[in-house]
Design a protein around this ligand. Structure first.
Ligand SMILES: Nc1ncnc2c1ncn2[C@@H]1O[C@H](COP(=O)(O)OP(=O)(O)OP(=O)(O)O)[C@@H](O)[C@H]1O
Ligand SMILES: [Mg+2]
Length: 374
């Protein structure tokens, strides 16, 4: 059987477009419940894709199938245009040239740090030693080269595990929350260092995380997963600014929601009208917006700012809480119109007193209108 992918991988002009890793329609059920439900993805050499989603949505199960330690019920896995696993044919895990860095990584306790990192390496003694030194330098652990795992902190052990996974220069690297045990200060450095190494080697990376900030920082592409399915996929900017639904907004940041009903392709709210093109009359919609896209104005003897096309109508609220968060302040307002609490963030320090009356407007071009789903 020759497929389109194989044909293109043999021709020069198309060769660079062959994904390093491609999964097609992967399905895995446990006790009759689909935990991974028709997941397809492709990753080019040197590309980092983040599988992002809440706990239990099927991220690790997807990775385990690609690694070959879990069998799919249906679907195919392709590497460099070659089928490596479907429901009848299966390349064993150790022959897939896939590097693994899992949540529950374990070092070999009886091997030194150098021994652990050299574990998957082939070649002469000097060659192996040079690679071990190079990697330990990159993860900033060269001083522990002759130490043993029990002498290292949890974070240091994790960095050794990372060096071990990177050492054989895998074609594909599967990483399951590999930075979760590191403190913030270390994490940023190790993350960037790791990405640098993987990009240099043209490795395709599938990185699992449930932290949006980590995904935004690391990913060329984000695949947002929920209940076993990929609900949205694209560059971080696109996924953040063009979310597919209300849950996709909330996953990345706090979200405020107004409820309204559509009439003549418009949703009427206390903040004025919102366009709802193509939504039938009578449909209930959620108008979703992030706290950083609300503008605050002072109250002038009971009067707020005049309506504008970009910001709509102002609505009045009372400060119930204001907190300084470091690079921004978070202010919560109880709105006059229905006692709803809205969250607003303001750069730097803005700490109005509780009980103060202010006017809010919402940037029209930053709002999302979705049919209400319950
Ligand atoms: N071997 C198994 N037998 C039965 N159910 C399983 C098995 N492995 C996973 N599951 C179930 O499948 C679902 C998805 O698990 P998975 O580990 O893939 O989630 P995850 O997205 O990695 O979550 P987390 O972010 O918490 O690690 C969970 O509900 C889990 O209980
Ligand atoms: Mg997991």
């Amino acid at each position: 059987m020759q497929t389109e992918t194989q044909r293109s991988s043999s021709g020069n002009t198309l060769a660079s477009r062959v994904p390093r890793l491609e999964i097609r329609h992967l399905v895995r059920q446990f006790d009759g419940r689909p935990v991974v439900d028709d997941v397809s993805l492709s990753i080019m050499p040197g590309q980092v894709t983040c599988l992002l989603g809440p706990s239990g949505c099927g991220k690790s199960t997807t990775l385990r199938m690609i690694a070959g330690v879990e069998m799919q019920d249906s679907g195919e896995i392709w590497v460099d245009g070659k089928l490596i696993c479907d429901t009848v044919f299966r390349v064993p895990p150790e022959r897939r040239q896939i590097g693994l860095m899992f949540q529950d990584f374990a070092l070999f306790p009886h091997l030194s740090v150098a021994g652990n990192v050299a574990y998957g390496l082939r070649g002469g003694k000097d060659e192996k030693r040079a690679r071990v030194v190079e990697l330990l330098e990159r993860v900033d652990l060269l001083q522990f080269i002759d130490g043993y795992p029990h002498q290292l902190s949890g974070g240091e052990q994790q960095r050794v595990a990372l060096a071990r996974a990177l050492a054989p220069r895998p074609r594909i690297m599967l990483m399951d929350e590999p930075f979760s045990g590191l403190d913030n200060r270390l994490r940023d450095g190790i993350r960037d260092e790791t990405l640098g190494l993987l990009k240099e080697e043209d490795t395709a990376v599938l990185l699992v995380t449930h932290e949006p900030e980590e995904a935004m920082r690391m990913a060329d592409e984000i695949a947002l997963m929920r209940d076993g399915r990929i609900v949205q996929q694209g560059a971080p900017y696109n996924v953040y600014t063009r979310p597919v639904d209300r849950a996709a907004v909330s996953f990345f940041s706090d979200a405020n929601v107004l409820n309204a009903q559509v009439n003549g392709a418009l949703a009427q709210t206390p903040f004025g009208q919102f366009l709802a093109p193509g939504v039938p009359d009578g449909t209930n919609v959620d108008i979703v917006f992030r706290p950083q896209h609300v503008k605050i104005d002072f109250d002038r003897a009971g009067v707020g700012p005049l309506p504008t096309p970009t910001d709509g109508v102002a609505a009045r609220g009372t400060v119930v809480r204001a907190r300084f968060m470091g690079h921004e302040s978070l202010v919560e307002f109880r709105m006059d119109f229905d006692d709803k609490i809205l969250k607003v963030t303001v750069p730097n320090v803005f700490l109005p007193a509780e009980g103060r009356v202010m006017w809010l407007t919402i940037r029209r071009d930053r709002c999302f209108v979705f049919p209400t789903s319950r």
